[in-house]
Each structure stands twice: as C-alpha cells, then as structure tokens.
Design a protein around this ligand. Structure first.
Ligand code: CTP
Ligand code: ZN
Length: 158
C-alpha cells in the first residue's frame, strides 16, 4: 500500500527550488497563475494540481501551484490572499521547505483588479492605476469612485 502522502508526491513531484502555493481554494489555481503573470508564453516550469482532497479546506478540495526557480515576493503573496485567503506559500531551496508563510490580506491593493464602474477615472485614458481598499475578505471598495466589488473578484483581475 502506498501511503496517502506519497500518492500525492507521485501526482506531482517535489521541486528542487522555487515556490509551492498550497491550500488554494479549489477552482482558483488559474487565477493564481494570472495574478503571478504566468501565461502560455512564460518559460517558467509550473505544475498545477486541481481539486485534490484536503482535510483542511471547505468542501474538502484544494488546488496547488508549484513554480520552479522563482521565489514569490511579499507583494505577490498579498495578491494571492485576495482569491485564496487560506493559501500557504512554501519557499523551497534544495528540496527543503525553508519558509512557510500564510497569506495576509493587504489594506490597499493597487493595479490588481479593475473597477466595475466604466466611468471611473481608473478606467479612463488617464495613466492612473486602480486602487481598492480591502474592507473584508472578498469585499473591495474603489478609492476613486467608491464602487464595491463583493463577488467574483477573480473576474475583475487585471
Ligand atoms: N513541496 C514540494 N517540493 C519540495 C518540498 C515540498 O513540492 N521539495 C510541496 C509539498 O508537496 C507540499 C508543500 O510543498 O505541497 C509543503 O510541503 P510540506 O511543508 O512538507 O507539507 P505539509 O507538512 O503537508 O504542509 P502543510 O502543513 O502546510 O499542509
Ligand atoms: Zn472606481
């Protein structure tokens, strides 16, 4: 019998160096990639696991993203908090987890989501980045026009 933990390892192998974003709310792995600017033309080696069983998360499912040879910086970690507030970021060096951080919801987020109000100055031709105050998990308020985003944040990601 293969222990559950090892079965997980068989699914996607350990990485030597980089970042593992674990405990992502199921269904949000692709949004995490988007936040990190990883697209089809990126050269990074990235593994994505979706809907694997998790005892810790609601509905018992989680996504995992492993990015090789890149260590996420705090600003990136904060953005991930927006869509996956229970995520853990593991920094891996030479196969060892050298740092494990919980994501933290920032107070202000700049240039991460666009304002739903088409007349907002942040959507105009002016060179102004969108700015939202984070009121609560999943509730954002535009600092320019006070529009609220309180559902489907992922659809507003820039
Ligand atoms: N991981 C990896 N490559 C490594 C080391 C770890 O891909 N060289 C991955 C593991 O598969 C896991 C995550 O990084 O998804 C965290 O590893 P670890 O802390 O060993 O796992 P857990 O103890 O299960 O973590 P937690 O307590 O956060 O659930
Ligand atoms: Zn606005």
């Amino acid at each position: 019998m293969i222990p559950d933990k090892d079965k997980e390892e068989l699914r996607v192998r350990s990485i030597r160096n980089g970042s593992v974003i674990d405990h992502i709310t199921a269904g949000n792995a692709l949004n995490v990639l988007r936040i990190l600017g990883i697209t089809g033309i990126s050269t990074a080696i990235v593994s994505v696991v979706m809907n694997v069983p998790s005892k810790r998360l609601a509905f018992g499912r989680k996504d995992i993203v492993k990015i090789e040879d890149r260590e996420l910086v705090p600003a990136e970690v904060d953005k991930i908090a927006l869509i996956a507030p229970q995520a853990t970021i593991n920094i891996i060096r030479d196969y060892e987890v050298v740092q494990k951080k919980l994501v933290v919801l920032p107070d202000l987020i700049t240039h991460v989501v666009r304002c739903p109000n088409l007349n907002c100055i942040s959507n105009s031709a002016e060179p102004i980045y969108s700015k939202f105050r984070v009121l609560d998990s999943f509730v954002l308020r535009c600092s320019y026009c006070e529009s609220i985003i309180d559902s489907d944040i992922a659809t507003y990601l820039i």
